[in-house]
Write a protein that binds this ligand. Structure first.
Ligand SMILES: Nc1ncnc2c1ncn2[C@@H]1O[C@H](COP(=O)(O)OP(=O)(O)OP(=O)(O)O)[C@@H](O)[C@H]1O
Ligand code: SF4
Ligand SMILES: [Mg+2]
Length: 340
């Protein structure tokens, strides 16, 4: 794998200013994405995964805004731009969005218009970013529909999204997202709404296209099984922060944060009946990140809480070596100092 860094997110914070206070959806997040790498982002609902992606694409909806940090994107000419510094809907971000960094969603109709044919929508993207020649754009669009496994791509080209099955719509969205050969694809729960067989096909397709196009993927999900299969490195998010980062192998073999350990324990295992069973779902819910006191965000759900430590201070990210980082007082000198 190449070690060329294409994205560097540094201390990113994104907030929503609401009548009840400031909701810290993303709170000091840092991570890198290298060319050809698959970076997994996991965490329960409300942990800030999608807002992190929206921040990179600069599509955070109002009343949200990026309040701190930088998102450095390096183009193929090695020129680096801080996406945070760009005008929100200006020319530069519009040329990067879709052209250099693309995004796919759980619901294809988020990016596909229901009233335009699949082919016209893919062509529009190509004409915007790639070529001005309509015949060439059509050829590229049909080739892309073929690559994503659409049967009879010429026919599909003229169909409306609602004429396609859920799995085929997902493939059409992938074709549109990849039609300009972006250097990075952000996939936000792209298979959650699909049945298991179609989900497996789409994941295999993304893996194939990643190899063919040499792009990086940032894959967001709460499905650890999927992450285990496709990601090179994993960042576990909880309450707007990264609480653990490691290579996928290291994270699955040696999870250190109590949250990661509980997530892993909650992976459905195949029982004797052949049906998946939830072993150990985590009690309680992710709190709303509004007016939070200075303490560990996981303390209300943690079985290993250290009194007068975890409830009084916010743990920092501790470097455990071997590119493994964890945000927990069980692994920091703070605890040792307190008990010394
Ligand atoms: N448009 C918005 N306005 C106000 N709050 C928002 C908005 N979008 C997200 N949030 C809040 O920001 C926090 C992070 O949300 P986010 O959508 O990033 O979670 P997520 O990890 O993607 O969850 P899920 O797995 O359900 O998609 C949550 O507390 C959420 O309620
Ligand atoms: S810092 Fe304390 S409360 Fe937070 S996860 Fe670690 S042990 Fe649990
Ligand atoms: Mg989300």
């Amino acid at each position: 794998m190449s070690t060329n860094k294409i994205l560097s997110v540094n201390n990113l914070s994104t907030q929503f200013v609401l009548p009840d206070g400031t909701l810290k959806a993303v709170d000091g997040v840092s991570f890198d994405v290298h060319q050809g790498q698959t970076v997994g982002i996991i965490g329960e609902s409300g942990c800030g995964k999608s807002v992190t992606a929206q921040s990179i694409m600069r599509i955070v909806p109002k009343p949200g805004h990026i309040s701190a940090g930088s998102i450095e994107f390096t183009k193929s000419d090695r020129h680096t731009t801080d996406l945070v510094g760009l005008e929100k809907d200006g020319k530069t971000i519009r040329s990067i969005r879709g052209g250099k960094i693309s995004m796919i969603f759980q619901e294809p109709l988020t990016s596909l218009s229901p009233v335009h044919t699949v082919g016209d929508q893919i062509m529009e993207m190509i004409l915007l970013h790639n070529t001005k020649d309509k015949h060439e754009a059509k050829d590229i669009a049909i080739d892309m529909l073929d690559r994503v496994g659409m049967s009879n791509p010429q026919l599909r080209f003229d169909e409306l999204p609602h004429q396609l099955s859920g799995g085929m719509r997902q493939r059409a969205m992938i074709a549109m997202a990849l039609s300009c050969k972006p250097s990075m694809l952000i996939a936000d729960e792209p298979t959650t709404a699909l049945d298991v067989t179609v989900q497996a096909q789409i994941i295999e397709l993304l893996q194939d296209l990643k190899e063919q196009l040499g792009m990086a993927i940032m894959y967001i999900t709460h499905d650890l099984g999927v992450i285990c299969e496709i990601a090179d490195v994993v960042h576990v998010m909880y309450l707007g922060k990264i609480v653990e980062s490691a290579s996928t192998k290291e994270l699955f073999h040696n999870p250190l944060h109590p949250y990661t350990q509980r997530l892993l324990a909650s992976i459905p295992k195949l029982g004797a009946s052949g049906k998946g069973t939830k072993l150990d779902a985590i009690r309680g819910n992710v709190p709303v990140p509004l007016n939070l006191p200075p303490q560990c965000g996981f303390q209300s759900r943690c079985n290993e809480i250290i009194e007068n430590v975890c409830d009084l201070k916010v743990p920092g990210l501790v470097d455990m070596g071997n590119e493994h980082y964890v945000r927990c007082f069980l692994h920091s000198e703070e605890q040792e100092k307190t008990y010394a």
